[in-house]
Design a protein around this ligand. Structure first.
Ligand SMILES: Nc1ncnc2c1ncn2[C@@H]1O[C@H](COP(=O)(O)OP(=O)(O)O)[C@@H](O)[C@H]1O
Ligand SMILES: [Mg+2]
Length: 345
C-alpha cells in the first residue's frame, strides 16, 4: 500500500524517539510506499487535492535502529495527488487548521484516513473529554472551560482543594500547563489576562481543572488502537516540574494497567472507534482521564524501550492500517463487479 503521512517536517524529527518515524520505518520495512507532507503543503490543482511530498525511497534492507533508518533514508520531493494513496496517516501537532481539513474532505471517500476527519474535528482540543457526558466527574476531573476571568477566579476561590491546574485548550507537550495555588493568588489576574487575551483583540478559552492528587508521582500514557489498549507507560515528572510530559523533562517507566485504567479504556473505547479515532494516546492520573491525544499521539518508542525486547507497537498499528486498507479495496472491487453485472444485464 501507499501511505501519506501528514506531519511535521522531517528535519524536526527526534530520530531516537519519534513515534511517526517508528510508523514510517515499519511501513518501509514491509515494502509499502511512504510519502510525507506538512499540512501547509496541501494544494488544490485543477480540482485535484495534491501535496508537495517528501517521498521516502524504498530500501532492500531496513536498519534495525530508528536513528540509523533516519540517517539512511533517501528522500526526494514530488507533487502527488492525495487520492492516489491508500491511506493518510495524520500526525501533525496541534493546533488543527480547520481549513486544512477541508482539503482532506475531498479525498475521504477514496482514502482511509487515520484518525478520521470527523473524529479530528470533534476531538482536536482538550474539550473532547467533556464529550463523554461525565456530569459527576467519574471519568474526568472537575473541569471548567471559560474566557470569563471573574468566573474562573470565583471557581479557584470556591474550590475545596488548595491547588488547581490551568491550561490552554490547544496546548501539547505540557506547554502552558501551570499549577495554581490558592495561597498565591496575587498574580492570577495578570495570568488569566495573559492566557485569555491576545494582542490582536482575539481571545482564548482556558481550562481550569481540579488538581488530581498523586499527579506528582506521575501520569499514565495509554495508547489505544481501535478502542483497545496496546501499550502503556508511566511518566514521572522531573524534580523541578509538576508536569509528566517527556518533553517537559519527565522520565518513563514500565506500567501494567490497573483495574480502574482497564475499566476507563472499556468505557471510552467504543466512542473513540465510533468517532473514527483509531489511534489515540490518553493521559490518565489516578484513574481519571486528563487528555485524549488524537492528532499526533506519541509514546510508541518509549513503551517499546521499557518493555524491550517483547513489544513493537508500530507492528500492531500497521497491521491495523493494512486491514483497513484491504477492507476499502475489497469494497471498491465489489462495487466494480456489481456495476458490471448491472451494465451487462
Ligand atoms: N488535572 C490535573 N491534575 C494534575 N496534573 C495535571 C492535570 N492536568 C495536567 N496535569 C499535568 O500536566 C501534564 C500535561 O497536561 P495535559 O492535559 O496532558 O496537556 P498536554 O497536552 O500539554 O500534554 C500532565 O501529563 C500532568 O502531568
Ligand atoms: Mg498530555
Amino acid at each position: 500500500m501507499n501511505v501519506c503521512f501528514i506531519m511535521y517536517p522531517w528535519e524536526q524529527i527526534d530520530a531516537e524517539n519519534d513515534t511517526s518515524l517508528a510508523l514510517i520505518k515499519e511501513c518501509v520495512k514491509r515494502g509499502h510506499g511512504v510519502a510525507m507532507c506538512t499540512p501547509a503543503n496541501l494544494t488544490i490543482r485543477n480540482s485535484v487535492t495534491s501535496a508537495f511530498c517528501t517521498v521516502v525511497g524504498r530500501m532492500d534492507k531496513v536498519p534495525s535502529t530508528l536513528k540509523a533508518f533516519y540517517k539512511k533514508a533517501q528522500l526526494r520531493e514530488e507533487m502527488l495527488p492525495l487520492a492516489g494513496f491508500d491511506a493518510i496517516f495524520f500526525r501533525a501537532n496541534p493546533p488543527l487548521d480547520p481549513i486544512m481539513l477541508n482539503f482532506l474532505d475531498s479525498v475521504k471517500d477514496d482514502v482511509f484516513i487515520i484518525n478520521s476527519i470527523e473524529g479530528m474535528r470533534e476531538a482536536n482540543n482538550k474539550l473532547y473529554t467533556a464529550a463523554f457526558g461525565d456530569a459527576h466527574s467519574n471519568i474526568i476531573p472537575a473541569t471548567h472551560v471559560s474566557k470569563n476571568k471573574r468566573y474562573l477566579i470565583e471557581q479557584i476561590r470556591d474550590s475545596k482543594a488548595d491547588k488547581m491546574i490551568l491550561k490552554p485548550l490547544n496546548g501539547f507537550g505540557g506547554s502552558g500547563v501551570i499549577l495554581i495555588e490558592k495561597s498565591a493568588m496575587s498574580n492570577i489576574n495578570s495570568l488569566l489576562d495573559f492566557y485569555i487575551s491576545n494582542s490582536d483583540g482575539t481571545s482564548n478559552y482556558v481550562i481550569l481543572q481540579d488538581y488530581i492528587e498523586g499527579a506528582e508521582q506521575g501520569d499514565i500514557r495509554i495508547l489505544l488502537l481501535n478502542g483497545e489498549p496496546v501499550g502503556a507507560m508511566k511518566r514521572v515528572p522531573g524534580s523541578d516540574d509538576h508536569r509528566s510530559n517527556v518533553s517537559a523533562g519527565g522520565s518513563v517507566q514500565k506500567h501494567s494497567l490497573t483495574k480502574a485504567e482497564k475499566a476507563l479504556c472499556k468505557q471510552i473505547g467504543p466512542k473513540l472507534v465510533n468517532d473514527g479515532l483509531y489511534f489515540v494516546g490518553i493521559d490518565v492520573i489516578g484513574g481519571k482521564l486528563v487528555e485524549v491525544n488524537v492528532m499526533s499521539p506519541g509514546g510508541i518508542t518509549y513503551i517499546n524501550k521499557v518493555y524491550k525486547p517483547k513489544v513493537k507497537i508500530e507492528e500492531k498499528v500497521i497491521d491495523f492500517l493494512e486491514s483497513k486498507v484491504l477492507d476499502k479495496l475489497q469494497a471498491f472491487d465489489r462495487r466494480a463487479r456489481l456495476r458490471k453485472t448491472v451494465e451487462e444485464a
